[in-house]
Design a protein around this ligand. Structure first.
Ligand SMILES: *[C@@H]1O[C@H](CO)[C@@H](O)[C@H](O)[C@H]1NC(C)=O
Ligand SMILES: *[C@@H]1O[C@H](CO)[C@@H](O)[C@H](O)[C@H]1NC(C)=O
Ligand SMILES: *[C@@H]1O[C@H](CO)[C@@H](O)[C@H](O)[C@H]1NC(C)=O
Length: 233
């Protein structure tokens, strides 16, 4: 006896027909094929969706690489320091009047830049904040340069800040004061209707300003300088 046992085969059939009846026998084949085709369609739909998402992803990354935004560029083109005096008892009051003109360059051929927030600080001797200038929202077309002007005017009590007084004395003797301008911005790029995420670059400019009372330095004047733009990513 090497062939299959006919009784076993029968037994399997019996088993099948035993478990079968829960589904009405006449509708079983069509219902099964319906289930099967619905499942197949779902599978295909899912696969297609995955492929479409991957294609969209690749397209976005490719576009981003092709149209990768370039950082804004900034330059300090003019500055005039008409007052920078230590006065009062013990030379404790620093009075200042500083006008600065920067230019911002949007080097992108595709993107307009929207400055949603912008403020500028003048800082002396690394940590002494002189004043903060606020700007309205601005819009800069692609491939363009715009002036950004600001004035810092006021007095600062520097009692006890011997580092500032020392630095002031040294720079006055050398003929030039060094004041840093930092501009904080929040920008968005826009191409037609597509808007980028927010960037928060900041601009750092170190100004070399002639001492207002030194004729030699005034004659030499202010030298335009390139500013650093950081965090444009
Ligand atoms: C500040 O300096 C500007 C020139 O840059 C001058 O026109 C203005 O009158 C000065 N303001 C004060 C209060 O000294
Ligand atoms: C500057 O500040 C010191 C305390 O830090 C104070 O004693 C002095 O009166 C202030 N000077 C002015 C002109 O406000
Ligand atoms: C004026 O500035 C020059 C440098 O431009 C400097 O050599 C000179 O010492 C300064 N004069 C005074 C009186 O501080």
């Amino acid at each position: 006896m090497t062939g299959p046992n006919p009784d076993d085969t029968l037994g399997h059939l019996h088993q099948a027909s035993f478990y079968g009846p829960s589904i009405p026998s006449n509708s079983t084949p069509s219902s099964r094929s319906k289930d099967f085709s619905a499942y197949t369609i779902l599978c295909i739909a899912f696969k297609m969706m995955t492929i479409i998402l991957i294609i969209i992803g690749i397209a976005v990354v490719t576009l981003w690489l092709i149209f990768q935004p370039q950082s804004l560029k900034a330059r300090a083109v003019a500055a005039s320091l008409t007052t920078f005096d230590l006065s009062g008892p013990g030379d404790s009051i620093l009075g200042y009047n500083l006008t600065v003109r920067l230019t911002f360059r949007n080097p992108n051929a595709k993107y307009n830049m929207y400055y949603e927030r912008m403020q500028a600080q003048a800082i002396y001797n690394r940590q002494l904040l002189l004043a903060t200038a606020h700007f309205p929202r601005m819009h800069q077309p692609r491939k363009s340069t715009m002036p950004v002007s600001m004035r810092f005017l006021g007095v600062e009590n520097v009692t006890g800040d011997s580092a500032v007084k020392r630095n002031y004395g040294r720079e006055k003797g050398e003929g030039f004061f060094y004041v840093s301008i930092r501009v904080y911005t929040t920008v968005r790029l826009k191409m037609v209707l597509i808007e980028s995420v927010k960037f928060k670059p900041y601009v750092d400019c170190l100004l070399r300003l002639p001492v207002p009372t030194n004729a030699t330095s005034l004659a030499a004047g202010f030298t335009a300088t390139q500013c650093d733009v950081r965090n444009f990513s």
